[in-house]
Ligand binder design. Structure first.
Ligand code: DX5
Length: 230
């Protein structure tokens, strides 16, 4: 029986070197990663502008070589306008923010109708009650552990209690199979606490893509550090 803790590192390409993005994406798949996060920002919901469907379309063929999985994190206002575009470009999961969706239940339905996996994200100041009524309609809940917009920020430890409460909320509803993802400030010193709190999907951008070590070495270090959270 493998006693190792089950969790997955999900690299965010926001911190990748975009001058050689294809190689950077291949590097994480070569390191054994199967799931990556694409951070879409519109400069309105968050104070940064990043990438759109074109990027997903460009790197999708690489992911296909490895049976890779793209979760697209939509940090944009009115995400319902672009669901079909991001689905067509090659997203497997579409993550919308509860803060941008006044008709969240309908938006999640629209993602499912596109044949994609719906997920919802919460900013640090947003209470769990904001998503209580849709827990049965999502395939994942993302708890932000930074205020969205940029990579390289510090992990907000107050969100660990939110992760624990969310795990209890999901389990009370028979949703043990619904994973919790955390995103932001996940590094070697912080990953074990996130795993211990109940996160099984750990997004890391600057923890995977940095000048300190190779992608493979950074992934290995994060996996090793995360095991302590079991
Ligand atoms: C922040 C993004 C995160 C970010 C994580 O708004 O949603 O995915 O890329 O970056 P790190 O891991 O560097 O905090």
């Amino acid at each position: 029986m493998d006693s190792r803790v089950r969790f997955e590192i999900v690299p965010s390409i926001l911190s990748a070197d975009f001058a050689c993005l294809g190689e950077q994406v291949r590097a994480v798949f070569e390191a054994g990663i199967r799931r990556i996060q694409i951070d879409v920002m519109d400069g309105q919901f968050v104070p940064n502008i990043t990438m759109g469907p074109l990027i997903i379309e460009a790197i999708r063929p690489i992911a296909n070589e490895y049976d890779g999985y793209f979760e697209t994190h939509l940090m944009i206002v009115q995400p319902e306008r672009y669901l079909a575009d991001f689905a067509k470009a090659g997203s497997d999961m579409l993550i919308v923010h509860v803060e941008t969706c006044p008709h969240l239940h309908r938006t999640l339905q629209q993602i499912r109708e596109l044949g994609k996996s719906p997920a919802v994200a919460l900013n640090p100041s947003t209470p769990l009650t904001a998503i209580e009524e849709v827990l049965g309609d999502v395939d994942m809940v993302l708890v932000m552990t930074v205020n969205p917009g940029f990579g390289g920020q510090a992990f907000i430890t107050s969100q660990l209690d939110k992760v624990r409460r969310l795990r209890a909320m999901l389990d009370e509803r028979g949703l043990q199979a619904t994973p919790i993802e955390v995103d932001g400030g996940v590094h070697v010193p912080t990953i074990a606490a996130a795993v211990a709190a109940g996160a099984t999907l750990l997004v890391s951008g600057s923890g995977v893509y940095n000048k300190k070590a190779s992608v493979a070495e950074n992934v290995r270090r994060l996996m090793e550090a995360g095991q302590a959270g079991g």
